[in-house]
Design a protein around this ligand. Structure first.
Ligand code: ADP
Length: 447
């Protein structure tokens, strides 16, 4: 097992990793920018190192500063969390070159899945169903129109290097194609430094359903069921739940089995998420994330498996925590991402939290690093915290979520709590009857 882990992240996920380290008896090193000197994970870590000024590129993405922090503190492993360097294959390799462990998948798998075109090819080869689309990148000389007509309009232009919903443009008809291609390519070029794009059938009313996997890197791999992340705004998840209201055990076992087998064949190491769109009973692979995800607590609540702790154990050479048969889905969990944003305009609302009261009671979990008097800096994401609620059934879970939301107090800044309080009372939500466009339609007053 590792002696000392450096946590190369901030906010709630840094605290989440710190908690797993404490339980395993591993010493912790927090790194922080000058804007995060007062952060909770910095206060609670055994040691802390300031790695630079507020902009991420000078601090949380600053590889030489992180290596120096490992060297100074004698850390033997690095947990990257999500975002920042978590899906940077080169970072994983550099750590290896310095005899440091990267707590995450093999660099080759991070690189493979980071290129969505290669990821789709791999998925297809491993027997995973994919969204119909172009065979690979659509190059300038290609007859994009012929490819799009073959797929059938509407089509979606997507960036090979895409992430966070960027570099994605819909062409409803043939007239829109040229503009969609050039805008997506330009956006991809400026956001990711890679203008390659590909085409996909634009599905009308799918759900976003993702399968959580865990692999030992030696050919052992299991799936831990699904999360339904269909409630999105601008392709960003807002509310996640598991199990999906749309799936039954047979469908779960079928797609979970296909994914687990693919991960076994790849000899995948650590945690990962295979994302699908689901429409009319069919699954279509869109991408794989090779890191711990924001919404991982949903799976933890319904399986009882601590994903971050297992990530660390597996990175140290440990075995999987369970066989597939031992994995049981118990009850239902819902996560709300409470952001420091205006609940109507979604304008970021950084600033000082004057009053903070997290809800409690049976089945209620808060993953957050804020406290009363904490100032949310304007430089990073706007997540205040995740409220995760568990119940024996979906109905019980909704009942608990309703009262937990009413109990939660965050004052001094604007938050998206009022949006969740309204959502949890909506008939379609109560019925589990929603798809990836539902939330935007609701916000536009069209439901
Ligand atoms: P990113 O990596 O930017 O998050 P994804 O490929 O994971 O991109 O897609 C993000 C979201 O965009 C999906 O959850 C879904 O809402 C939407 N989306 C992606 N591909 C399609 C598609 N072919 N048809 C309809 N919606 C899509």
């Amino acid at each position: 097992m590792f002696d000392k882990i450096l946590i190369a992240n901030r906010g709630e996920i840094a605290l989440r990793i710190l908690r797993a380290c404490k339980e395993l008896g591993i010493s912790t090193v927090a790194v922080h920018s000058t804007a995060d000197a007062d952060a909770m994970h910095v206060r609670l870590a055994d040691e802390s190192v300031c790695i630079g000024p507020p902009p991420s590129k000078d601090s949380y993405l600053n590889v030489p500063a992180l290596l120096a922090a490992c060297e100074i503190t004698g850390a033997d492993a690095v947990h990257p969390g999500y975002g920042f360097l978590s899906e940077n294959a080169r970072f994983a390799e550099i750590l290896g070159e310095h005899n440091l462990h990267f707590i995450g998948p093999k660099a080759e798998h991070i690189r493979l899945m980071g290129d969505k075109i290669e990821a789709k090819k791999t998925a297809r080869r491993l027997g995973i169903p994919v969204v119909p689309g172009s065979d690979g990148a659509v190059a300038p000389g290609d007859d994009a129109m012929a490819i799009a007509k073959e797929i059938g309009f509407p089509v979606l232009v997507k960036a090979a290097a895409g992430g966070g919903g960027r570099g994605m443009k819909v062409a409803q008809t043939a007239q829109d194609l040229a503009l969609a291609l050039s805008t997506a390519a330009n956006e991809a070029k400026s956001a990711f430094g890679d203008a390659s794009v590909y085409l996909e059938k634009y599905l009308q009313k799918p759900r976003h359903i993702e399968i959580q996997v865990l692999g030992d890197g030696r050919g052992g791999a299991i799936h831990l069921g699904e999360r339904d992340c269909s409630l999105q705004r601008r392709h960003q998840k807002v509310w996640e739940e598991g199990p999906s209201p749309a799936l039954d055990a047979a469908q779960r076992n079928r797609i979970g089995g296909i994914v687990a087998k693919a991960m076994q064949e790849m000899k995948y190491l650590g945690v990962g998420t295979v994302e699908f769109l689901y429409e009319d009973g069919e699954f279509y692979f869109i991408e794989m994330n090779t890191r711990i995800q924001v919404e991982h607590p949903v799976t933890e609540m319904i399986t009882g498996i601590d994903l971050v702790l297992e990530q660390i154990r597996i990175a140290a050479g440990g075995d999987l925590p369970a066989t597939q048969d031992q994995v049981q889905i118990n009850g239902h969990a819902i996560e709300c991402r409470v952001n420091a944003e205006n609940p109507v305009t979604f304008r970021p609302s950084p600033g000082k939290i004057l009053q903070y009261h997290p809800p409690g009671g049976l089945g209620v979990r808060i993953d957050s690093a804020v406290y009363q008097g904490y100032v949310i800096p304007p430089y990073y994401d706007s997540l205040v915290g995740k409220l995760i609620v568990h119940g024996k059934t979906r109905a019980e879970c909704l009942m608990r979520l309703r009262r937990a939301l009413d109990e939660m107090v965050v004052e001094g800044i604007e938050t998206t709590l009022p949006l969740f309080r309204a959502l949890v009372r909506e008939t379609d939500i109560i019925d589990g009857d929603y798809h990836i466009h539902w939330l935007e339609q609701y916000l536009a007053g069209q439901t």
